[in-house]
Ligand binder design. Structure first.
Ligand code: 13P
Length: 251
């Protein structure tokens, strides 16, 4: 399966920077068949970034979606709206949202379900905090998140590629410059694949698990070459054209 490199711009993207970054990413990804590249800008930039990306292989994604298709939910964005402006992906359950808005696995599952219904591929984020890791609970916590965050409409109907992507982002590795060892990453990804396979009925090879947390050009090659790593979800380094292009090149 083709690897996936996803840029999560989070709440960043002033106009000049957004255009330069989008164009640099598109240029780097042009004619590049080893990996799919996705940009997830803040919602107000989706249409504009989508226009800059027209005719390029780079796909567009949202950073969150509501559980409903439409309605009186001031400030929220539905998966349908994302689909209509050209998104193919949406991140759900990012640890920043789980922490800041107390998003539970139940809510994340409902968002992922809606995303699938709307024709988007949800990128379901999971990962342990430093406290959980130090208490030796990493697998328990992450296994539970995987089981409870994947929706029922992600179950296999036989031989289809999985209609969801998982992203393992240890909370303590996000924006910290720290990463687990590649051996840790391999073990966790293999564990996540096995739990997700059991939960959904998809073959292990059909399940993509991205790694996220302090990925940069310098460590991307080693991380991407790790067994059971299907790609990367990049925050800070996706805001610097040279770094992000370096990560794409590392595939
Ligand atoms: P950093 O790459 O800045 O550590 O952020 C990772 C992340 O949260 C991507 O979703």
């Amino acid at each position: 399966m083709k690897k996936l490199v996803i840029a999560n711009w989070k709440m960043n993207g002033q106009p000049a920077m957004a255009e330069a970054l989008t164009r640099a990413t598109a240029a780097q990804a042009a004619g590049f068949t080893q990996a799919g590249v996705v940009i997830c800008p803040p919602a107000p930039l989706l249409m504009q970034v989508g226009q800059w990306l027209a005719g390029t292989p780079v796909k567009l994604g949202g950073q969150d979606c509501h559980t409903r298709g439409e309605g009186a939910y001031t400030g929220d964005i539905s998966a349908e709206l994302l689909k209509n402006v050209g998104c193919d992906y949406v991140i759900v359950g990012h640890s920043e949202r789980r922490a800041a808005y107390s998003e539970s696995d139940v809510l994340v599952q409902a968002k992922a379900s809606r995303a699938i219904l709307s024709g988007l591929t949800p990128v379901i984020c999971i990962g342990e905090t430093i406290k959980e890791r130090e208490a030796g609970r990493t697998q328990t916590v992450v296994g539970q998140q995987v089981r409870d965050s994947i929706p029922d409409n992600a179950m296999t109907t036989g031989g289809q590629p999985a209609n969801f992507v998982l992203a393992y982002e240890p909370v303590w590795a996000i924006g910290s410059g720290k990463t687990p060892t590649v051996d840790d990453i391999r073990q966790m990804h293999q564990y996540i694949v096995s739990v997700a396979s059991e939960r959904t009925g998809h073959a292990p090879e059909a399940i993509m698990v991205l790694y996220g947390g302090s990925v940069k050009a310098a460590n991307a090659r080693a991380i991407m070459a790790t067994p059971a790593v299907s790609g990367v979800l990049v925050g800070g380094a996706s805001l610097k054209a040279e770094e992000f292009c370096g990560i794409i090149a590392a595939v």
